[in-house]
Each structure stands twice: as C-alpha cells, then as structure tokens.
Design a protein around this ligand. Structure first.
Ligand code: SF4
Ligand code: SF4
Length: 289
C-alpha cells in the first residue's frame, strides 16, 4: 500500500479537481481529505456518511466559581488574556483565546481551575462510489494545527491495511504550514498541482522544496495552461532544472467547472481527450514511483 498526496503551493489551482478525477481512475484505494480548512472532496465524491466521532484539538481551562476566591492571579498570569471578569463579577475563561497552557491551573491557590478536553470538530468516515473517504469538519473558529490531518491519515491507513487497499490518495492542504507538513509526512510520493501564474509558481516552488526535504518523489501537473503560455514554459524550465517530471498539462475547459458544480469530476464529461489527460497524470506518475 502506498500513500500519495496531491498538493499545491496555494489554494485555487485545481488540486481537488485533480483528486476527484484520480478518485475515479485509481482502483483499490482509500481517500483522505487532509485539506480540512476547505474540506471539499466530499462535494465531488457523493459520500454517504458511515459514522463520525468527536475530535478534540487540545485542552481548555475551566474555572469553578464555587471554589474561586477572586484573587486575580490567574488573570494576571495568563499571557493570552483569556481570563476575564464577567458581568456577574466571576472569573471566566474565554475558550477561543485559551491555549490550554495550564499556567492558570498551576498558579491558582485553591485549585479552582481544571483543564478539560473540548470538542473542536468531527472525524467523519463515508462510503463513496470510488472508495471510502476519511474527512474532517472543524467547528467555526477552531484551530487546525495539523493534528486533525494526522488523525485522518492514520484512520485512512488503518482502513487501507485492513482492506488490503493498494493506495491511499490524500487531498493535501495547500501552502507550507503545519497542516501541509502533516499531509506530506510519511507519504511515498507527491503530485504538485500548479497553474501558470506568478503567485502559483512562487508557491509551487516552496511546496516542492518542502516536499524535497522529506525525500519524497514529486511530479507536477500544470493546470489551466491557457492562462499564460510563457509562464508554462517557465514552470517547465524550472521543473527540468530540478529534474522533476511534468505529468500532464490540463487546459481550461468551462465544462470542468460546470460538472464540478453538479458534484461530478472532469471524467464524467465523457470527453476522450480530457479523460486521457487525467489518465496520463496517473500513468506518468506510476513511472516515478
Ligand atoms: S490555560 Fe493558559 S491560556 Fe488558558 S486560561 Fe489558563 S493561562 Fe490562559
Ligand atoms: S487564581 Fe484561582 S482563585 Fe484566583 S481568580 Fe483565578 S481561579 Fe479564582
């Protein structure tokens, strides 16, 4: 079983479009949507929820007002200004500011503070016509440190091993933050989706440099090649200098957007040429593994 991450330096390059097509092309796999800040793979894979479980990102402080003697020490020591005096004159933790550092618990002279796990989202498991999908949901305002990505990937890996699946396809988070590192760590290879714009090229280089640090083989898909042919050449020149293969060049096709809006992938368009392009991503990618 091999784990493949499809990633991009920035959002909006068409990464999930590529994943949605590969989901239809690659057999014997488990899908993982690691882009939990914009978990949209479910939109184009028509999932039926099999189950979900609460997800906790960490600890939050809670003050027991019956025990609190209002000494103010915790409020003064909290570096995140997470402790306030509420309208009733009681000390209270504002949970969106609390970082769970436990300082308030340590300094409280009467043990009025406790740290509790809090629910910050859901881990979801769904059946799709293209293989089971692990995807997450973060509640509004909750942090994404990469922990949820790691959790989803472990769930996907357990299921893949259990079902003897050949592949895990991971829709990776864009950028170079913690979630991206959590998406890339331990994968066997990566597909980087780029578009020919200055910002996308800049961000593609960053994500590929990051991926290289993990000694992960990478292939590049150039999406929306019609945007700027001269920048397509720039991507190709850079890829050549880095000895990275170009897996496919995908043109702009308004039908792709139309089908995605209807929760379908480019494969459902039924255009032989277009389907062939997406198939070539996978066929060329197999050669670099
Ligand atoms: S756990 Fe840390 S951040 Fe949260 S209220 Fe206590 S001191 Fe402040
Ligand atoms: S340190 Fe403890 S007793 Fe003092 S205000 Fe905070 S919770 Fe209340």
């Amino acid at each position: 079983m091999k784990q493949i991450v499809i990633t991009s330096g920035k959002g909006g390059t068409g990464k999930t479009t590529v994943v949605s097509a590969l989901a239809r092309i690659v057999k014997s796999k488990i899908l993982v949507d690691a882009d939990v800040d914009a978990a949209n793979l479910e939109i184009v894979t028509n999932p039926k929820l099999l189950g979900s479980e609460p997800y906790s990102e960490g600890l939050k402080a809670f003050i027991d007002t019956d025990k609190c003697i209002k000494c103010d020490i915790c409020r003064q020591k909290c570096r995140f200004n997470a402790i306030i005096i509420n309208d009733q004159g009681n000390y209270e933790v504002t949970d969106y500011s609390c970082e769970g550092c436990k300082v308030c618990e340590l300094v409280c002279p009467v043990e009025a503070v406790s740290l509790n796990e809090f629910s910050s989202g859901l881990i979801k498991h769904s059946h799709t016509p293209f293989g089971n999908l692990w995807h997450g949901e973060l509640f509004a305002g909750r942090d994404n440190s990469g922990k949820m990505v790691t959790h989803l990937r472990q769930k996907g890996k357990d299921e893949a091993l259990d079902k003897k699946a050949d592949w895990i396809l991971i829709d990776g988070a864009p950028g170079i933050g913690c979630q991206v590192i959590a998406s890339i760590t331990g994968v066997d290879a990566a597909i980087a989706v780029a578009e020919p714009t200055l910002s996308a090229i800049h961000d593609m280089r960053r994500i590929i440099e990051l991926t290289s640090n993990f000694k992960v083989p990478v292939g590049i898909v150039i999406n929306k090649v019609d945007i700027n042919p001269s920048l397509v050449l720039e991507i190709k020149d850079w890829a050549r200098s880095m000895k990275l293969p170009i897996l496919a060049e995908i043109p702009i096709d308004k039908r792709i957007v139309k089908f995605m809006i209807q929760r379908m992938s480019p494969i459902e368009i039924g255009d032989e040429f277009l389907t062939g392009l997406y198939e070539s991503i996978w066929n060329n990618f197999l050669e670099i593994l």
